[in-house]
Design a protein. Structure first.
Lengths: 369, 426
């Protein structure tokens, strides 16, 4: 079936089918279609009075065994930050869809951007990571949304689903039959009769889960530095060890949520790297370069954070690398290479409009592919 | 044997602190109500009171400063079981920073009891005043006393819709008063007045709680006592899929288009720009084409310009931008202003279809002037502009567009249908 749809519709349907069961939202452009569709699709929908409340309600729902979702943009996300730190520390599954728009501050609500990745990289005090998955095309609004729910549940963690205005608001013709089936994630609850230790970890470093509604075992959640019993303890080895264990859980399970696309051109020494809204411009640029007999390879990052080693390994195999993203000074490039990128790393950046394939092609040719 | 809710004889509070009274009487109140340990979820805020968690053998949740009531709201609505008792311990500082959450929880009537430990200052950070500090009360950072009356949190939550609200002095056995609050469905709040033994006593030597309450005009009373029903979380089990078969658009026609065409529509808000664009791309889909459509308009959606970018393509569309559209259709003064830069940059390959009421711009584009507004009215100018484009380009069969139009709400106007059919020979 061909239909005229947008990414918000795909994403909302995917989130529900994957097992998210509560949407809590505060309206903000350009995330409003997600709010609208969620009201029509989620079994439970709450209109929160602000974004701090949104994240707190979500956390409460999550302690009760629900898998909550919200959708926001930078101004709302900024208000959520302390509560996201809390949810991370409590190890509460949830999905936060971040629809990027032009900043700083209120910026331009109706203009897309890719300006939030460095914020996401540094949003936890201590510099720890929350999995950040990104969309790069229509089908990702389906698959990456489902992957976000799966990762949140399996690793007991908040997950950020990063997207941008054009990706969730542009309407397009789409073959609905091309979508892969999504299976609802199965939540595993602690079932033993032995005393439940709320932050005791399994082989993957993930603590067992029990909702605060259960009448069998005591459950403790705390945002403060705590030991495996969920007891606030200050800087004891047990409590600090637990803080490190949360970090290791996210890092060591990266393979379970590693998503990227690598289109290798055998004869090329040039690699295009992109993500999000710019990914399709990179794909189109590569297609046109191939038609001209100047094939290049393309890496589309979908797991944005923590940064997978795989990306740096792939990049190291090319003499020329062009990183295209819609921000002023190459934010993901900075995360990959630090303040000063090696001389063979080139950037295409814009603000206030999408990067066009022409601009990427021009940069490729400038460096003599 | 009575259920022991507290697992220690040494609570983590200063000697003589009323926080100890509240914790011990909470246990007593829960015992009186016959609650089981795991029927209780204790949600604590930041402050001295917040370190009580480990002493309670109930479920415990310890979050951020001021947010405990919002967190407990999610817990309560998530559990959705009024037999489970959600209790929030918060201080006057937490009630200040999270006042919105208190009002909101009372307003929604979430099942919980909030116990405000009001010792009239921030005890963990050096004794700073809160917004609940009474007038004249001195703290280490406010040696001249609070300059104005503190918020009456009881009055506020009662006004917001709480089912039960009372203020008590934290003296002696307060288990009955706590039990009264705990026994209510919906949102209840009990404010317990205390004097911080570390900072409050030192800054206000000789002051007794009872006299302070009297002098500051703080009322010890029940503020609200309604038999409110328990909150129930709304759950719609049969929400339909967003992939309704009604969204399906079947291919019925064939397009002669061999490469992508990018069209920019620019008109005035309320004049059917977005609906015309939708109708047109659906007509494109009826011809088996790939399409994209996006809208641009000011944040106040009902005034000023309204514009739409459309792409029709026989090939899959990757990049959806259109810095140089192939076709520009302009139907109003606002639309002309918004499209000016594109018109300035247009080349001889660009087709510009513009309304006859507008001043003809200087442009390299191939120009077609049409009497959209005069003959069809502003409301349909964009739609007719798209008909004109099809007449000029034959990008899709005219029948495809017309069929889509006849199936739309716009075809409700018989006059419009007649005018269009006459103009375009249908």
């Amino acid at each position: 079936m061909q239909a005229l749809i947008d990414g918000s519709r795909l994403m909302t349907e995917a989130l529900v089918r994957a097992g998210a069961d509560v949407f809590i939202g505060y309206p903000i452009t350009p995330a409003n279609n997600l709010y609208l569709f969620s009201g029509q699709r989620f079994k439970t929908f709450f209109a929160a009075p602000d974004e701090i409340t949104t994240l707190q309600w979500m956390s409460g729902f999550s302690t009760a065994g629900k898998l909550p979702v919200t959708a926001t943009s930078f101004p709302g996300f900024a208000l959520m930050l302390e509560s996201i730190n809390m949810a991370y520390m409590m190890e509460l599954p949830m999905v936060i869809v971040l629809v990027q728009r032009l900043g700083p501050a209120t910026g331009t609500a109706t203009c897309g951007a890719q300006g939030d990745i460095t914020l996401l990289n540094g949003m936890l005090s201590g510099g720890y990571s929350i999995p950040v998955l990104s969309t790069s095309e229509a089908n990702d609004c389906w698959e990456m949304a489902a992957n976000a729910v799966k990762t949140a549940a399996e690793l007991r963690t908040p997950v950020i689903l990063l997207t941008s205005k054009e990706e969730v608001m542009t309407q397009f013709s789409f073959d609905m039959d091309s979508l892969k089936e999504i299976k609802a994630v199965e939540r595993k609850y602690y079932s033993s009769d032995e005393t439940f230790v709320p932050y005791k970890r399994d082989g993957k470093g993930v603590p067992d889960f029990l909702p605060v509604s259960n009448s069998k075992h005591q459950v403790r959640y705390t945002a403060s530095t705590h030991n495996e019993n969920g007891i606030l303890e200050g800087i004891t080895p047990g409590a600090l060890g637990n803080t490190i264990a949360i970090h290791e859980k996210i890092e060591s399970n990266l393979d379970s949520y590693l998503y990227y696309e690598l289109d290798k051109a055998d004869t090329s020494d040039t690699l295009l790297v992109s993500y999000g809204i710019t990914a399709n411009a990179a794909r189109e640029a590569a297609q046109r370069l191939k038609d001209e007999g100047r094939a290049v390879s393309v890496l589309i990052a979908k797991t944005m954070l923590p940064i997978p080693d795989a990306y740096l390994n792939i990049i190291s195999g090319y003499q020329k690398v062009i990183i295209a993203e819609e921000n002023h000074h190459g934010l993901y490039s900075k995360l990959l290479f630090g303040a000063k990128a090696p001389a063979n790393i080139h950037r295409v950046n814009t603000i206030g409009r999408m990067i066009s394939p022409d601009e990427i092609i021009e940069e490729v040719k400038r460096h003599g592919n | 044997m009575e259920t022991k809710f507290i697992n220690t004889n040494t609570l983590p509070f200063c000697k003589g602190c009323t926080h100890t009274t509240i914790s011990q009487n909470t246990e007593k109140a829960l015992q009186k109500l016959g609650k089981d340990l795991l029927d209780v979820i204790l949600v604590t805020d930041i402050g001295c009171l917040g370190i009580i968690d480990k002493a309670f053998d109930t479920h415990t949740v310890h979050g951020l400063h001021g947010r405990s009531v919002a967190l407990a709201s999610g817990v309560s609505a998530g559990i959705n079981n009024p037999d489970k008792k959600v209790i929030v311990f918060i201080g006057d500082g937490g009630a200040t920073i999270g006042m919105q959450h208190l009002l909101d929880a009372a307003h929604n009537g979430y099942n919980m009891t909030v116990v405000v430990h009001n010792n009239m200052l921030y005890g963990m950070t050096g004794g700073q005043p809160s917004e609940l500090t009474p007038e004249g009360f001195r703290t280490p950072t406010l040696p001249d006393g609070a300059p104005h009356k503190g918020y009456d949190i009881c009055d506020l939550v009662a006004t917001a819709g709480a089912s039960y609200v009372s203020r008590i002095a934290g003296i002696g056995d307060i288990s009955d008063q706590l039990a009264e609050a705990f026994s209510r469905d919906g949102f209840s709040l009990i404010e317990v007045m205390e004097i911080c033994t570390s900072y409050g006593v030192k800054s206000n030597p000789g002051m007794k709680l009872k006299s302070l309450i009297q002098e500051a005009g703080i009322e010890i009373k029940v503020y609200a006592d309604d038999q409110t029903k328990a909150y129930e979380t709304n759950k719609k089990e049969d929400q339909p899929t967003l992939f309704s078969p009604k969204l399906g658009i079947d291919k019925e026609f064939t397009s002669q288009l061999v490469q992508a065409v990018r069209i920019f529509l620019s008109g005035t808000a309320g004049e059917g720009v977005q609906s015309g664009a939708s109708l047109f791309v659906k007509a494109g889909m009826r011809c088996g084409l790939n399409v994209t459509k996006k809208g641009s308009y000011p944040v106040t959606v009902g005034v000023g310009f309204s514009a739409s970018n459309i792409i029709l393509s026989p090939e899959p569309i990757l990049y959806t931008g259109a810095p140089r559209p192939d076709v520009i259709i302009v139907t109003s003064v606002e639309g002309l202003k918004f499209a000016q830069k594109l018109i300035d940059n247009a080349t001889e390959d660009t087709l510009l279809i513009i309304d006859s009421s507008l001043e003809t711009p200087t442009t390299n584009a191939r120009l077609i002037v049409h009497h959209f507004r005069e003959h069809f009215g502003g409301r349909y100018a964009i739609l007719v502009g798209l008909y004109e484009y099809i007449r000029q380009s034959e990008a899709i069969p005219m029948e495809a567009l017309h069929k889509q139009f006849l199936g739309s709400h716009m075809a409700g106007s018989e006059k419009l249908v007649k005018l269009i059919e006459e103009e375009f020979g249908l």
